[in-house]
Design a binder for this molecule. Structure first.
Ligand code: FAD
Ligand code: NAD
Length: 480
């Protein structure tokens, strides 16, 4: 191999690809990163789904809508009142757009600072040339083509929403995540197909602004991936918010008519009808690999269309790796970023590492939901003996002072070794509290370790401390 133009080419600049590209450049490698995503202005917008139409814009709208909802519904207990609170939707959406621009532009600045060469267009892995390494063809938005080469190529093409054949996205009445983050006004009636992470977060956004939100979830259980005690509290609180979540409801038909989207679905009582003004379809995402792989490049896809990789994110083709939503594992930004860093380190001859057992999940509803590690069901199924400790936010002074004393922290520890095996939370600020538990689990800590650590008073983190104490039935501020 005599003349590859780069050491590494990343295809995709989402949180997997752009983070990996920066880490590879930090390690002294010559790096290119190709991405096809265009922002509202038609220019390249780095950062993938996460920065453009995912994590960041959804959190911006969640935060604004939370402020509005609290102003309307809960500020009175603090003695705060406002006359005629209103939401200006263009300002609400404009603030989100500004944040997106700040962060996508930030990635471009980071690329410049780290000497990562960005290419705007669609990358296709062509296969290997014995002199120039792996070849990647780039088709720019105007159709022009060029080929670049590298010793290593990292596929980080991410994911796209799954489309239902009988409810195809049109961006106007039937929405995917991108269009549901960009509505011009609050829909009077919003239907949501899928009460998963996106459905709950975006359903909450528009409900808080006044939409009547009806969610149809095919499965009989609410949030099946979460601990049932945590899911129960979340279901109760989201019902209080006004989300009408219908479980075991299977959509059969969605017809766009003049007066709205007419839905036909079946539940335990038979066929039902519902008319909504907008319909968000959030039934999961699939790996995106269209146009990415030449037929003879040797990279394999599994039965779900994901790029096949081993435990080191290697595809089995010399110098070709794959990371993020395009491969197995949870579709989470931080999982993809850690894989990007690990692959960059492996390519540079260092010891990369991703611990898939301690990846935290957070759902940014109100109250927030967070967990890491095993659930009770997983431990039972695996025959692992465990102890349970829990503590309610109702007994945490800070949570009461904030008027957000809802939910609990639940900790699972090995019955004999006391090692923390899983932590499950619902309540205020748990998106941040879970980090302490992840650190403890990463260091193979025990509930006793967390119980012996001094936690500041009054803080929400005292709920983690007390849950750890409660594993051995010695919580101070509740009966054990
Ligand atoms: P992506 O972010 O999808 O990026 C892939 C990039 O590759 C895209 O820019 C795409 O245009 C580009 N691309 C694809 N093919 C090619 C090609 N052939 N050539 C050039 N470019 C190509 N995760 C969290 O952890 N926390 C959250 O709070 C969260 N919130 C979310 C909210 C929503 C509404 C959505 C939709 C997702 C959310 N996620 C969240 C999931 C998160 O966005 C994804 O897990 C993450 O973006 C995956 O990163 P990635 O780099 O693998 O892929
Ligand atoms: P999801 O898998 O979380 O939820 C999809 C839901 O739709 C499931 O409950 C499923 O049972 C249901 N469903 C599937 N087909 C259906 C049908 N025909 N009718 C009714 N219900 C149906 O998927 P999502 O909400 O689309 O989100 C995709 C992924 O994006 C998430 O799994 C997650 O990895 C990522 N994400 C993460 C965050 C976060 O970390 N806070 C936020 C948003 C998205």
């Amino acid at each position: 191999m005599s003349d590859p133009s780069f050491d590494v080419i990343f295809i995709g600049a989402g949180p997997a690809g752009y983070v990996g590209a920066i880490r590879a450049a930090q390690l002294g490698l010559k790096v290119a990163c190709i991405d096809a995503f265009a922002g509202k202005d038609g220019k390249q917008a780095l950062g993938g789904t996460c920065l453009n139409v995912g994590c960041i814009p959804s959190k911006a709208l969640l935060d604004s809508s939370r402020q509005f909802h609290n102003l309307v519904h809960s500020f009175d207990v603090h003695g705060i009142s406002a006359d005629n609170p209103r939401i200006d939707v263009p300002t609400f959406i404009g603030r989100k757009d500004k944040i997106v621009k700040q962060f996508t532009g930030g990635v471009a600045t980071l690329f410049k600072a780290n000497k990562v060469t960005p290419f705007f267009g669609t990358g296709k892995l062509l296969g290997s040339d014995k002199d120039r390494g792996n070849q990647v063809e780039i088709t720019s938005p105007d159709g022009a083509k060029q080929t670049i080469s590298a010793t290593n190529v990292v596929l980080a093409s991410g994911s796209v929403p799954i489309e239902l054949p009988f409810a195809k996205f049109d961006g106007k009445a039937i929405l995917d995540n991108a269009s549901a983050l960009d509505l011009a006004e609050v829909p009077k009636r919003l239907g949501v197909i899928g009460a998963g992470v996106i459905g709950l977060e975006l359903g909450s956004v528009w409900r808080r602004l006044g939409s009547e939100v009806t969610m149809l979830e095919a499965l009989p259980d609410f949030l099946g991936a979460a601990d049932p005690d945590i899911a129960k509290v979340a279901a109760r609180e989201l019902k209080k918010l006004g989300l009408d979540i219908k479980l075991g409801a299977k959509l059969g038909k969605a017809e766009v008519k003049k007066d709205g989207v007419h839905l036909t679905y079946t539940d335990k009582d038979g066929e039902q009808q519902l008319v909504v003004d907008k319909l968000l379809v959030a039934v999961g995402r699939r790996a995106y690999t269209e146009g990415l792989l030449a037929a003879d490049c040797g990279v394999q896809l599994d039965e779900r269309g994901r790029i096949v990789v081993d435990e080191h994110c290697h595809t089995g083709v010399d110098g070709v790796w794959a990371i993020g939503d395009a491969v197995r594992g949870p579709m989470l930004a931080h999982k993809g970023s850690e894989e990007g860093v690990a692959v960059a380190e492996w390519i540079a001859g260092k010891a990369g590492h991703v611990n898939y057992d301690t990846i935290p999940w957070v759902i940014y509803t109100e109250p927030e939901i967070a967990w890491a590690g095993k659930t009770e069901k997983e431990l039972k199924d695996a025959g692992i003996p465990y102890k349970v400790g829990s503590f309610p936010f109702a007994a945490i002074g800070r949570a009461v002072a904030m008027n957000e004393a809802i939910g609990q922290v639940k900790m699972l520890a090995h019955a004999e070794t006391d090692r923390i095996l899983g932590v499950h939370m619902v309540g205020p600020g748990v998106s941040e509290l879970i980090a302490e538990c992840v650190v403890a689990m990463e260091f193979k800590g025990s509930s006793e370790d967390l119980a012996r650590i001094v936690h500041a008073h009054p803080t929400l983190s005292e709920a983690v401390h007390e849950a750890a104490l409660s594993v051995d039935k010695r919580a101070i501020h509740k009966g054990n």
